[in-house]
Design a protein around this ligand. Sequence first.
Ligand SMILES: [Zn+2]
Length: 423
Amino acid sequence: MAANVRLLENRWDDGYAAGLDEPGKLLYRSNLLGADKRITNYGGGNTSAKVMETDPLTGGKVKVLWVKGSGGDVGTIKLDGFATLYQDKLESLKSIYKGVEDEDRMVGFLPHCTFNLNGRAASIDTPLHGFVPFTHVDHMHPDAIIAIAASKNSKELTQQIFGEEIGWLPWRRPGFQLGLDLEAFVKANPNAKGVVLESHGLFTWANDAKACYELTLEIINKAIVWFAEKTEGKTIFGGAVTQSLPVAERRAIAARLMPEIRGRIGREERKLGHFDDQDAVLEFVNSRDLRPLGALGTSCPDHFLRTKIRPLIVDFDPAKPDVDAIVASLDKALEDYRADYARYYNDCKHDNSPAMRDANPVIFLVPGVGLLSFARDKATARIASEFYVNAINVMRGASTVSEYQGLPEQEAFDIEYWLLEEA
Ligand SMILES: [Zn+2]
């Protein structure tokens, strides 16, 4: 095994779990999974269990889908963060579904399936869980799996790493049709334990809560080990073309840039900033492939809303550190960024799309210095930078073993503006 591989640890405590009912075990598993950001990014992914409950209407037993609802994070979710739906009502929606053009209409039917007056809204991922014919389903966004999913030959890589154990489905926006695709996959491949979704993430399933948790860890660990072996000794991101400045200089430049950027992007909405210069960020901002990879955009759907598809890459040579020149160039760089964002919006919008959101960049990358991120509050700015670090990890893996592939703009737009509506 390659050196320095840090595997995910199994943290399941049988003694603790023995005292839990099925929703309690689902909650326990979710919190364990969400506690490690290598398993899923903040707010990303969801978990579910199909549980027999007493129907308040009839007193009889009925199968209920417990699935993480809209919003929240699996790491900190509580029981009230799960939506609950009658499994048979959810299944019955298949009889009124008219095909992929009809997907958005189906979302409106989910509240009709609510069990026990639960006010937690069901998310667009609900059919993905409901239609997999296993009791427990995990959907995670691990960097190591998304790196496979965002590789040009992701289907071959998935087969090479996992064999028949894990299947592969081509990119499709989460929704009713993807739920049906998953169900069809499981029926055609009864021995498969999960699938990699292209440009997206991982699904795994089992009929026992602990087995599902352990399977999810096992599959991610397999990918972590595979990447460690495949990338060991390889040139990453085309190699370094600039060198990091000493830490004190990096911080001083970030501190100087912070108010200059805030003043320019915070005219309509006040913005706060966050600075990150961890090694993974510096390796990327100093690399030859910074601009071409940055331009391809992030890949996992969750990233678009948090980071926008693309960062703004600041023109700066740390060998001749002229910060006044950066400041002088900011107006033009921002104007170009906003013009490109407006072009993207206009190229991709539909008749019923929400209005264009703030066109300013969220992520600023500075060679030799690091990453600055901006949002309406400090926590959101920090989370945006965490998400971009996820994207860097994904691009690092994919571009080293294959060719990294972002999502087509139209797909990214449909996700960004769909999630915007949901939020
Ligand atoms: Zn997802």
